[in-house]
Design a protein around this ligand. Sequence first.
Ligand SMILES: [Zn+2]
Length: 170
Amino acid sequence: MSSIVGQGKFRLGRGRSGLGLFANVMFAAGERVIEYTGERISAEEADRRRGRYLFHIDAGHVLDARGREHLARYINHACRPNCEAREEDGRIFITAKRAIAPGEELNYHYGRVYFRAFIAPVGCRCATCARRAGAVSRRTASAPPPPPPPAPHAAGSGRRGAPARAGTAR
Ligand SMILES: [Zn+2]
């Protein structure tokens, strides 16, 4: 993968959940990290296309980031993420929730609807859920099965809609 992409602020790499986007530089809490860019299409058109990189801005508008130049599409879901998606004037900005150091993988919560539809059935692979799964496996075999991971509220208004992606970027 080219390191020129993203003006050196990002790199693509292997994350916990497959291919992911990593910070090459520091980001301050509250700073805009990257815009979620894509082709702007209607919700109806999104339903026709399906696809893996649809971001629902609101009820009627969707960004389709199927082109590889749309870097933000590589950001994976996490249940306790370091970024959040914020909608401003119909655009989606991935913003740092806390200070982010170079080398950290960027992630944000894809939203409760998306989580329940696509992530929970196969098991979330984010760091938080992996720790929880590890703790469960150390208990005795007679322990009851663990409850499904809770899906916290999405921090931003920009959410992935349920009919959109068939899975996370892998
Ligand atoms: Zn998780």
